[in-house]
Design a protein around this ligand. Structure first.
Ligand code: TRH
Length: 382
């Protein structure tokens, strides 16, 4: 076949095999991260990749807070919001295709029984992806894009692991995100010392120590913008502390939450998704990583810090590591106050580092782009 014929055939193949319909399954364990990531990805696949996306969630009472409204179930319990079809988990029925061209299983949740049956019954299987949790650990990049054959369903499933390495799944970043951020805040606007600090943490983070540290080290007043029930319980608005004013922020939709981070000089974030949002803010941040058994999260945190702090000045590297150990209550932590004092001396360097690393990560393709590349490749080659 001639070069032109070959190209035409490839174009034909791509258009006939181009995935159009995606089903994403999300089983909420606790908190907002699982559905937060799935909802973000679903919207991005619709708006930036033109796909027809169905999102199946087991617990819409959690998800509705992210959406800002409770989805109004109509007819067959399906409705569309921002172009995404929303479904109740238990409405996956054997008599209607719920597998599509691409089936994404969020965080190794087990897809509903009816969907498993459909998958088993199909001769041409969808591209089946297990979207895993973020990890900067070396094993994760090795494992990324490996597959396993599930013989009971006669189907192959690929692991897709978000990360920061070139050979990982990347991080979710919407196309216009950084331009939108830059239109609202610029690097130059960041304060000489942090005046606005966002706190969105887990109950075990030493919130009271943080307030003590802030009032001890900063001469001016600090406004603490406290989000989420764990942090709001730990820091009631009545907390009296000279120099620190506490504001409880209402739960807002994801885009508004981004703006809240952008307007802060520093953010204490948690979990999986707000961590990535803080990274894209270009502002200094401290990550309260989701705790796991046998301190597995300590290893995960360290792997991230090793990557993030590459080329950071040594003193800054040590201080940022220490504040992370302290905020996560991990072994080897110094007092939060000591780390804070050091970091306030290093504040301009911390700000520069955060901005530079954010830009460096943003130079790499985002998660949805990497995922689509893989899906296209698998659609043709699997
Ligand atoms: O809520 P989380 O603690 O979620 C966690 C993590 O994902 C963890 O890895 C997972 O295992 C566990 O859930 C089950 O933290 P995370 O990931 O930051 O998710 C919070 C989401 O809530 C994120 O999408 C941002 C969003 N959010 C808003 O949209 N508005 C708000 O006002 C707030 C406070 C958060």
């Amino acid at each position: 076949m001639s070069g032109a014929g070959c190209r035409a055939r490839r174009t034909w193949l791509k258009s006939t095999l181009s995935p159009r319909v995606v089903h994403i399954y999300c089983h909420v364990i606790d908190n907002f991260g699982d559905v937060g990531v799935c909802w973000r990805l679903a919207r991005q696949l619709v708006h930036e990749h033109g796909l027809d996306v169905h999102l199946w969630v087991n617990d819409w009472s959690v998800a509705r807070q992210l959406l800002g409204t409770h989805p109004a179930w109509v007819g067959e319990h399906v409705t569309s919001q921002e172009g995404v079809w929303l479904h109740a988990w238990d409405q996956a029925l054997a008599n209607r295709d719920c597998t599509g061209d691409v089936l994404i299983e969020g965080f190794a949740c087990e897809i509903p029984e009816a969907v498993q049956q459909q998958l088993a019954g199909r001769s041409l299987k969808p591209v089946w992806i297990n979207l895993e949790y973020f990890s900067a650990e070396p094993w994760a990049a090795d494992y990324h894009l490996r597959s396993g054959y599930i013989s009971a369903l006669g189907a192959r499933r690929w692991f897709f692991i978000p990360g920061v390495a070139a050979n990982s799944g990347g991080l979710i970043r919407e196309r216009g995100l950084l331009a939108e951020r830059d239109a609202i805040v610029s690097r130059q606007e960041s304060a000489a010392l942090p005046g606005h600090v966002l706190v969105f943490g887990y109950a075990h983070a030493p919130h009271a120590e943080l307030v003590d540290a802030l009032q001890g080290a900063n001469p001016g007043r600090i406004d603490l913008h406290v989000c989420g029930t764990y942090s709001q319980r730990a820091l009631p608005q009545t907390t009296l502390s000279p120099g620190v004013r506490i504001h409880h922020e209402p739960f807002v939709g994801q885009p508004e939450f981004d703006r809240l981070i952008w307007r802060s000089d520093l953010a204490f974030v948690r979990g999986e998704d707000s961590f990535a949002r803080a990274l894209w803010s270009g502002r200094p941040f401290v990550w309260n990583i989701y705790p796991q058994g046998e301190l597995a999260h300590a290893v995960k945190l360290q792997a991230w810090l090793d990557n993030y702090l590459q080329e950071a000045p040594p003193e800054l590297r040590v201080a940022i590591t220490h504040i992370h150990l302290a905020w996560n209550n991990l072994p080897g932590a110094q007092s939060l106050g000591d780390s804070w004092t050091t970091l306030m001396h290093l504040w301009p360097a911390w700000r520069d580092h955060a901005w530079r690393r954010s830009a460096e990560y943003a130079a790499e393709p985002d998660l949805a782009t990497r995922l689509m590349e893989e899906i296209h490749w698998l659609s043709v080659n699997k």
